[in-house]
Design a protein. Structure first.
Length: 257
């Protein structure tokens, strides 16, 4: 069951029905080497969204080159490769599972909807935070020219994206009436086991506080090495093995050297 987000083989998942409405979500999951998290994530999210009657397709954006991790570029690639049958996206961390079924994953017509808002996220509580889980219509993502490709290594790309959202005249909305507080999500990440690449090179530090007005969806450089439809415990997803390319004159900090 590769294509679509139907309930084939997912115990207790309703199959997609016409009553589920016209919209379909591309769940974009930037990924590298966290298979135990993936095995928990895909069936959980497929069940969660099916229960909410949200048409969806899960894309695992697996970075297979030798550069540092680039979450933003992977999301740009996922957006470009997600096909015309999806009309909105969720940028979704693989280590964050929604526990509260009142969380809204529906089509964010009014503007970007930040599911993992600062007052609910177990780790990040500053008010301009838009990481973790963010929903946008494809039209709004294009309006922002996607995300900046200049962020190699862990963090900061979503802070720059917040500035893009503002610059595009869009307003970030967040959940209301959720009473579960910091228990709203399960965070799967084990920092002792999974060290994050937080190395900061001097030039990178300066760079990262600028708004990247040039780059984004329009200049992400990549190749799809393979595209595989998989079923994880009965839940369908597509794994894209992605080779990103880096211009070392532009962003010398993309390598570990």
């Amino acid at each position: 069951p590769g294509a679509g987000g139907g309930g084939a083989g997912c115990r207790g998942c309703p199959r997609e029905e016409p009553s589920w409405g016209p919209h379909r979500l591309a769940l974009l999951v930037p990924f590298r080497e966290r298979f135990e998290e993936l095995l928990a994530f895909v069936p959980y999210m497929h069940r969660f969204l099916s229960k909410k009657r949200i048409r969806h397709h899960i894309f695992i954006l697996n970075q297979v080159d030798h550069f540092r991790f680039n979450r933003a570029s992977l999301i740009n690639v996922g957006f470009l490769e997600s096909g015309n049958d999806t009309d909105y996206i969720a940028m979704h961390d693989v280590d964050l599972l929604p526990l509260n079924e009142h969380l809204d994953y529906s089509f964010p017509e009014a503007g970007p909807f930040h599911v993992a808002s600062p007052e609910l996220h177990p780790l990040y509580h500053y008010k301009t935070y838009v990481g973790g889980i963010l929903l946008l219509t494809k039209q709004h993502y294009e309006l922002c020219n996607g995300m900046s490709n200049r962020f190699w290594g862990w963090g900061r790309e979503d802070d720059e994206f917040y500035r893009r959202i503002k610059g595009a005249g869009l307003q970030v909305r967040r959940p209301s009436g959720i009473t579960t507080g910091y228990e709203t999500f399960q965070h799967l990440h084990d920092p002792a086991w999974r060290k994050r690449d937080q190395k900061r090179i001097a030039a990178q530090k300066q760079e990262q506080f600028k708004v990247d007005r040039e780059g984004g969806l329009n200049n992400v450089r990549y190749r799809i090495e393979s595209r595989t439809d998989l079923s994880v415990a009965g839940a369908p997803c597509t794994v894209l093995n992605i080779l990103l390319d880096c211009d070392t004159n532009e962003t010398p900090w993309c390598t570990f050297g």
